[in-house]
Every structure is written in structure tokens, then in C-alpha cells.
Design a protein around this ligand. Structure first.
Ligand SMILES: [Zn+2]
Length: 163
């Protein structure tokens, strides 16, 4: 396959991370969420992210109202957990690249609450939202985009297989 030399995906994700997220999501019809962890890179003035890990927040389930406040309440713990991953990977540049959460049988989009959560907790331009619908077996990535009517848009991704 020929690829344009200026071509990059905004999001790259390790295959095993995506697999783990999908597995967690398929185990419950409740709305689950976690963080996406990895690195930010720049190539020819285009930023892109490589998601190498995820953090599942087991305590946050049930309602979107609930988990937005949960993020706030557990932020301190996440610093510790993130430090743990940095130590394991020997990479101090690892950071939170966004979040994933489920939409059990209600499809792929960002709700008003999701947009608020993204703006408030994941305001960096490189931070993304991964939505998984475990019932319909669909997933996709979104980023905020003020120039669109909805205030966000879907973004493409590539899966990195490491064997
Ligand atoms: Zn949502």
C-alpha cells in the first residue's frame, strides 16, 4: 500500500490496549470509564498520540453525572498510578491522552455531559475520547472541534500490532 509521505493518523493505539478496553466494556451493561495513557509526538507540525496503556476506573459506574465527579475525586490516586506505569515502562513522558467510556446500546457520539467532561478534564488539543458501544460492537475516537456544529468530530486511528 502506498502512503502519502505527509500522512499521519491523529491516534495510534496498541492492539492489546484496545482489546483490553473492549473486553472490560463487554463485561457490563453499565457505563464504564477509564483513562488512555501514552505519548504525544509531533511530525511535520502535526501532533499525534500513541496510546500504550489504559487505566480502568473500577469505582466509576452507572451514570455520567457520577463519573464526572469521580474523576475529580480520584485525581490524586491517578497521579500515583500513572507514576507506577511510568516506572514500569521507564518513560517519564507518559501522560493522560484522554479517556474511554462505554455507551451500551446508545451508539457513538459525545453527549453534552461528555463534551463538558472533555473540556473540563481533558482540555489539551491532543486529548481524545474513545467511545465503545459493547452491545452494537462499535467504537471510535472523538476530539473537540469548535468549528463544527456539534462541537466535536470523529477522528481516524491506526492500530499498532506488536507481536
Ligand atoms: Zn458518553
Amino acid at each position: 500500500m502506498l502512503i502519502d509521505s505527509d500522512f499521519t493518523f491523529p491516534v495510534y493505539i496498541y492492539e492489546n490496549v484496545l482489546k483490553v478496553v473492549k473486553e472490560i466494556c463487554s463485561q457490563s451493561n453499565l457505563e464504564l470509564f477509564g483513562y488512555l495513557v501514552g505519548n504525544v509526538f509531533e511530525w511535520k507540525e502535526k501532533k499525534y498520540v500513541v496510546i500504550t496503556d489504559q487505566l480502568y476506573n473500577k469505582n466509576a459506574v452507572d451514570s455520567q453525572q457520577y463519573f464526572t465527579s469521580q474523576i475529580d475525586g480520584t485525581a490524586g490516586n491517578f497521579d500515583v498510578v500513572l507514576k507506577g506505569i511510568r516506572d514500569i515502562r521507564k518513560d517519564d513522558d507518559l501522560r493522560i491522552l484522554g479517556w474511554w467510556h462505554t455507551h451500551p446500546d446508545f451508539g457513538l457520539f459525545l453527549s453534552t455531559t461528555d463534551i463538558h467532561t472533555q473540556r473540563f478534564f481533558f482540555p489539551e488539543t491532543y486529548q481524545v475520547a474513545l467511545i465503545v458501544d459493547p452491545i452494537r460492537k462499535e467504537y471510535t475516537f472523538f476530539t473537540l472541534d469548535k468549528s463544527t456544529k456539534k462541537g466535536y468530530r470523529e477522528i481516524s486511528h491506526a492500530i499498532i500490532s506488536i507481536s
